[in-house]
Design a protein around this ligand. Structure first.
Ligand code: BTN
Length: 245
């Protein structure tokens, strides 16, 4: 790698040997933080995933959570899941070929079609928006966890003996760039970049919400981050679901 990355201005970081979950740690610390802060851990004893699932973290993998106090509505804050996915995508692209990587709505990063990274946003609401937001990111740098129930996108590891702190340095830089883009230009360029790297755009996919399964052509992601599917019964815009190919 030619240029040495520098830690982004305005961000803090704290690195732990071991925690229950970096999201849990970030949630505990969030009320006290004065600047956006990354909480990284070399081990997690109780990592958590989306929809109440566990997140397994074999040794050498990456786990970190960014805690921040964003302004704006809850919907606007949630767009950061796309920014986090893009930052992970760009960071992984420093270590492997971009063509091996793709993005799965809303915020998974795939490597050769397997899940290499997962992102979990949690927040606390305030009367006029949200009080704080934490963005938890897990990346299978060294090893893919075994024995998961959901094997539609089998976990896959990047490999290559990458230092998680080095990964954080690069990831934090890419994430800070996405924040500047959101602040200066809004969500449109982020959405476009996300769509350029999306898996299965224009193809038939299935979205499983808590209550139904919707199959249709993956048309786009709208300005609110919703998945837009063209189904036999018309267009559907879906705010939250798990997607299957
Ligand atoms: O289910 C998913 O895809 C989301 C997984 C998110 C895992 C990361 S690891 C760092 C942070 N701490 C947690 O407990 N979870 C997130």
């Amino acid at each position: 790698m030619s240029t040495e990355p520098v830690w982004p201005e305005g961000y803090e970081k704290v690195v732990f040997d071991s925690v229950d979950s970096t999201n849990a740690e970030a949630l505990r610390a969030a009320p006290e933080i004065e600047r956006p802060t990354w909480f990284m851990a070399c081990r997690q004893e109780a990592g958590r995933g989306r929809r109440g699932r566990d997140w397994q973290m074999p040794d050498g993998n990456f786990a970190a959570t960014l805690a921040m106090r964003p302004t704006g509505t809850a919907g606007w804050a949630a767009l950061r899941s796309f920014m986090a996915a893009l930052a992970v995508f760009e960071t992984l692209a420093l270590y492997t070929q971009r063509t091996r990587l793709s993005l799965k709505w809303p915020n998974d990063v795939l490597l050769d079609g397997g899940k290499v990274a997962g992102i979990l946003l949690e927040s606390a609401s305030a009367p006029d928006g949200i009080d704080w937001l934490v963005i938890g990111i897990g990346v299978n740098l060294a090893a893919a966890p075994e024995g998961l129930e959901d094997d539609a996108f089998p976990p896959i590891a990047l490999g290559g003996d990458i230092d998680p702190e080095d990964f954080l340095l690069r990831l934090a830089g890419h994430y800070a760039t996405e924040e500047s883009i959101l602040e200066q230009l809004g969500f449109a360029p982020i959405r476009e970049k996300w769509l350029r790297n999306a898996a299965r755009l224009g193809e038939v996919i299935t979205a499983r919400t808590g209550s139904e399964e919707v199959t249709g052509i993956f048309e786009t992601v709208d300005e609110a981050g919703r998945l837009v599917l063209a189904t036999d019964h018309g267009e559907r815009r879906i705010a939250a679901a798990d997607v299957y190919f």
